[in-house]
Design a protein around this ligand. Structure first.
Ligand SMILES: Nc1ncnc2c1ncn2[C@@H]1O[C@H](COP(=O)(O)OP(=O)(O)OP(=O)(O)O)[C@@H](O)[C@H]1O
Length: 302
């Protein structure tokens, strides 16, 4: 069921078109990743969704809500959150709660609940300046949850973290996605693969590819044959390009070649015949599949 429909979203900074005609559908209870290389327009898109930047054109519509100003339904963690290091985690959340119109008592109760939820209740009285990167991000997520948002927007929530902090925050996100709808941006495919249900890949402000993980895998993965020779294969490769079933040929080392093919059975037979007839000794001949990583790199390089 759709929660947010984004249509034709566009943002221009003078002549620079940072986001161009994006259409996104965010479904209730679904964790969606906005994936793209640096400068793809992710932060600009999320800022417009969070209501802190005005689109040049396009529309953002929430389903089934009463108020036109949708900002009250959104919790937002910016890419570079700023904290008051001299405050304790609990003081900070109480402060944010009161800014969000909670009474002093309500803010204190909510702060306590959220500190428990994000797993830093033990550190609630410690100064934020002494928190680790992962703890700060978890506090940032807690502040984004202060108004019980329908949509939680997280801009690159794990990109700046070390492996431990990254794991802490991904685990928290996995728990939160059971409770709320999440949209998060990342330039790391693995993070998207790990916790999200739906992926939008953007490039130069435009939509490149979108789908569920399964859809992307099924639609874009191509069968590939990995061949490793006992000796260098270079001289035998130019002829391979002439086969109609070969769509791509990559030789990363002199003794190896990865051949992306359109028809596995024909390719297997013809390639074995080819090397067999030339008496080229083959050490490995394996059918592999291109990964989502290959797909993402291809989109990013295009
Ligand atoms: N305030 C601004 N004024 C002018 N250009 C901007 C502004 N903000 C972003 N841009 C430009 O818009 C484009 C998209 O930037 P954006 O920060 O949205 O990308 P991103 O995908 O979030 O990148 P990153 O992963 O590096 O954060 C870039 O070309 C950037 O230089």
């Amino acid at each position: 069921m759709s929660l947010v429909t984004i249509t034709g979203l566009t943002k221009k900074f003078n002549t620079n078109i940072a986001v161009h005609n994006l259409n996104l559908e965010l479904n209730k209870g679904v964790c969606t990743a906005l994936l793209g290389p640096n400068g793809a327009g992710k932060t600009t898109t999320l800022s417009m969704l969070a209501g802190i930047m005005k689109p040049t054109s396009g529309s953002i519509a929430f389903s089934g809500v009463a108020e036109r100003d949708f900002r009250k339904y959104i919790g937002y963690l910016p890419q570079y959150p700023v904290f008051y290091g001299w405050m304790s985690g609990k003081e900070y959340l109480q402060y944010v709660g009161q800014l969000a119109s909670l009474s002093k008592n309500e803010a204190a109760t909510k702060a306590g609940e959220l500190l428990e939820l994000v797993g830093i209740a033990d550190a609630k009285k410690r100064k934020i300046s002494g928190y680790s990167g992962g703890m700060k991000q978890r506090l940032g997520i807690a502040q984004a949850l202060i108004n019980d948002p329908l949509l939680l927007i997280l801009d690159e929530p794990v990109s700046a973290l070390d492996p431990i902090g990254r794991r802490e925050v991904l685990t928290l996100m996995r728990e939160l996605k059971e409770k709320t709808t999440i949209l998060f941006s990342t330039h790391v495919l693995h993070d998207a693969e790990e916790i999200c249900d739906y992926i939008y890949i953007v490039k130069n402000g435009e939509m490149a590819i979108n789908g569920t993980l399964d859809e992307l895998q099924n639609t874009h993965q191509q069968p590939t044959i990995y061949i490793e020779g006992e000796k260098e294969l270079d001289e035998w490769l130019p002829k391979l390009k002439q086969y109609s079933f070969v769509s791509e040929l990559v030789s990363n080392t002199p003794k190896t070649v990865t051949v992306t093919v359109t028809n596995v059975e024909t390719a297997r037979r013809e390639l074995l015949n080819y090397f067999g007839s030339l008496n080229v000794p083959i050490r490995k001949f394996e059918l592999v599949r291109t990964s989502l990583e290959d797909l993402f790199l291809k989109v990013a390089k295009k």
